[in-house]
Design a protein around this ligand. Structure first.
Ligand SMILES: C[S@@+](CC[C@H](N)C(=O)[O-])C[C@H]1O[C@@H](n2cnc3c(N)ncnc32)[C@H](O)[C@@H]1O
Length: 444
């Protein structure tokens, strides 16, 4: 048996590999909420030039037409229009509550992200009213990027015009696949015809950057269907493409089928999913895209990028608003209440709905940036020397040596670079860099 197969069998099917933050969410606790409040109410730290970190805003719009069987985000499918109004009111209140706090006084948003759920579930009017309320306290006229996630079947030309009017610069369309049977089986709310229809409007309305999301290894995936999906994505000619490998996180419909009902996993092995992701990367490279991290390809001549991701991975501050959202401010991570009432009720009383937090130590800050930036495919040694005064080749000598030994990375020329094999499984490799006390615990 070759090493690949051994590795594959040691990877369990249900559970998340995707590393979105560090330390793991499971160690954030109620006890550190006071540290979050203190960070919000203290002046933001400045660098040697007296500048504060870039500041971002995340807005969680937790509504969807249907819940995808593989979805692990906090989303609601049965809310009526008055629930949605109440939620948007709470969201506006939340941004207002931050406006004059000490850490945020006088700062503007450098990047904004409307995520979900499905932000494009909102009508043009709902969106306009939300932005009007937020704009009473905040500006994002100078934001370098405003991303907005869409589900193709929710789009109309007039809605896209409304989305453009609020300053969206990067429209991200959740295509996932072009095969109607695969879309149906995955529980997606749209079919391929809606993708093509929406995409024409997207181009007519015109956005500085259009991204599409694809997932390698959805239920029913075959080599032929995946090749067809990749070819169709190239034909749409988006400015960037995100290619996720299908995960089966614990709280999804698919995971419950496997765990509770003893069903066989309907998803191809990790080895197969990586092979499909690799195929896509090769095809996209041949079509003129450049690899920009483990899951992204971009057309560089169109200035396509992902500022939100890059800023966060370099330690930017970000206010995460909405139910279950994550924030990072002045070296403290924190999360909002992850249930509807727990989120809305405190805001109705004029309080922030914080549920857990973690004050990040200097060493954790270093590890966090190392693991997140490794997902880009390489990390420069001098960046960490300048920012943290640490030589990562020494601090992380053991995990780097283990990656080199396994053929997943090389360390030369002042940087640690992942090989293609390493890039394709980067999230599964990152725990090697974790503090041992965080390696054998639940991640979320
Ligand atoms: C937060 S979702 C929002 C998508 C949007 N609501 C839509 O319907 O198009 C963002 C992206 O995460 C990816 N994603 C969601 N669940 C996933 C899973 N279990 N495994 C891999 N990728 C996933 C999908 O590509 C999706 O487009």
């Amino acid at each position: 048996m070759d090493l690949e197969v051994l590795n594959d069998s040691s990877e369990s099917e249900v559970g998340s590999y995707f590393v979105a933050n560090y330390p793991p969410f499971s160690v954030w606790s109620k006890n550190d909420i006071s540290a979050a409040i203190e960070a919000i109410d203290s002046p933001a730290p400045t660098d040697a030039k007296g500048k504060t970190a870039p500041l971002g805003l995340y807005l969680h719009i937790p509504f969807c037409r249907k819940r995808c069987h593989f979805c692990y985000f906090r989303v609601y499918t049965g809310k009526n229009s008055s629930d949605i109004e109440n939620y948007l009111e709470a969201l506006a209140t939340e941004t207002a509550l931050y406006a004059d706090r000490e850490a945020l006084k006088g700062r503007e948003f450098d990047f904004v992200y409307f995520g979900g759920g499905t932000p494009s579930y909102l009508s043009g009017d709902q969106l306009k009213r939300l932005i009007e309320k937020i704009s009473k306290h905040w500006k994002w006229d100078h934001a370098r990027e405003v991303t907005f996630e869409c589900e193709p079947g929710t789009l109309k030309k007039s809605k896209l015009e409304a989305i453009k009017a609020i300053g969206v610069t990067r429209l991200s369309v959740g295509v996932e696949h072009f095969d109607d049977e695969i879309l149906e089986t995955g529980g997606r709310a749209h079919k391929s015809a809606e993708v093509f229809r929406a995409y024409d409007w997207v181009r007519e309305v015109g956005f500085p950057q259009v991204n599409i999301d694809l997932i390698a290894g959805m239920i029913g995936e075959t080599q032929a269907k995946w090749e067809d999906a990749v070819a169709k994505a190239i034909k749409l000619d988006p400015d960037s493409i995100t290619i996720y490998q299908m995960e089966i996180p614990h709280n999804t419909t698919i995971a419950r089928g496997i765990k509770d009902d003893g069903q066989a996993s309907p998803i191809a092995s990790w080895r197969q999913r990586r092979a499909w992701a690799d195929y896509a990367l090769c095809q996209f490279e041949s079509a003129g895209y450049v690899i920009n991290g483990a899951y992204t390809v971009v057309k560089p001549e169109r200035n396509a990028g992902f500022i939100y991701r890059d800023a966060l991975w370099q330690g930017a501050d970000m206010i995460g608003t909405g139910v279950a959202s994550f924030s990072h401010l002045s070296g403290v991570h924190y999360q909002n209440a992850d249930k509807w009432e727990g989120y809305v009720d405190p805001l109705n009383r004029g309080e922030l709905p914080l549920s857990r937090a973690h004050r990040v130590s200097d060493r954790e800050r270093l590890t966090r940036e190392v693991v997140l930036q490794l997902k880009l495919g390489e990390i420069p040694v001098d960046y960490f020397q300048q920012k943290f005064g640490e030589d990562i080749l020494q601090v992380f000598a053991a995990p780097i040596a283990s990656l080199e030994r396994d053929g997943f990375a090389t360390s030369k020329g002042g940087k640690v670079s992942l090989t293609r094999a390493g890039l394709l499984r980067v999230d599964a490799l990152l725990p090697r860099f974790f503090d041992p006390k965080y390696t054998d615990i639940r991640y979320t």
